[in-house]
Design a protein around this ligand. Structure first.
Ligand SMILES: [Zn+2]
Length: 245
């Protein structure tokens, strides 16, 4: 079950005063729709650096909603990070309710090349900066339980800690294999071999070039919208809480 994604209310929220306390910018206007970036403000020494993204696939609205609610609510878990937020990377897909952007390109399968304008402007905005953590929100439209991909040093228990917290609000996967990859309590550990040969996703780009740890959250599309939003918000809060310890 998905919820139709009318992009204009989202764009209005992005412009609204509730988010005005943050630094914000329009990276590009694609098909008449702005791609927004928000930042916590000037970097503070010693604070870990975070990138938060959603809406790379336009038919996955729960992550967009989750990120906006956390920002609008000045969620306290964000306070200990220097963060960059990309609440809706694919506004044309979001407006049309399609996975691909308005040009028919899957941004998350071509992130490393410059086929999609959205990927190009996001990469330019992130520059050569290094981040401690990248969290992105996706939805698996066929799934009945939450799961995630984790890229890290293989020793971090971040993914399994986050899944334990998500399990309080949403069914989590117990499958031993997801998408042909080995999974443990809903966490698929992405190894370097896959990262070298796998598809050109934003997660793998970030892990290879920008971020030490990456969590790709996949909410189950079969659940009600509000539950998917809550699951994403819980996952992000949990990851930020554990990562800042
Ligand atoms: Zn997705």
């Amino acid at each position: 079950m998905t919820t139709p994604n009318d992009h204009e209310p989202l764009a209005a929220r992005m412009r609204a005063s509730g988010l005005g306390r943050y630094e914000s910018d329009v990276l590009a206007t694609v098909g008449g729709h702005p791609v927004y970036i928000l930042r916590s403000g000037p970097a503070q020494a010693g604070r870990p650096r975070l990138v938060l993204s959603a809406g790379t696939h336009g038919d996955e609205p729960a992550g967009v909603e989750a990120v906006l609610r956390l920002l609008e609510g000045e969620d306290p878990t964000l306070a200990s990070f220097d963060w960059v937020a990309l609440p809706c990377i694919n506004p044309t897909g979001s407006a049309a309710g399609t996975r691909e952007n308005g040009a028919g390109i899957d941004i998350n399968r071509s992130f490393e090349n410059d086929a999609a304008d959205e990927a190009r402007v996001v990469k330019r905005a992130l520059g050569n900066d290094a981040f401690d953590l990248f969290i992105e929100c996706h939805e698996d439209l066929e799934a009945t339980a939450f799961y995630m991909f984790e890229c890290g040093d293989g020793r971090s228990a971040l993914g399994s800690r986050v899944m334990a917290d998500v399990a309080q609000v949403c069914p989590v996967s117990h499958a031993s294999e997801i998408d042909g990859m080995r999974a443990l309590e809903g966490v698929i550990q992405v190894d370097e071999a896959f990262a070298r040969h796998g598809h050109r996703s934003m997660a793998l780009y970030m892990w290879r070039f920008r971020a030490r740890r990456v969590l790709t959250c996949e909410a189950p599309g079969s659940l009600p919208f509000e539950q998917r939003v809550t699951a994403h918000m819980t996952a992000i809060r949990s990851a930020l809480t554990w990562a800042s310890r």
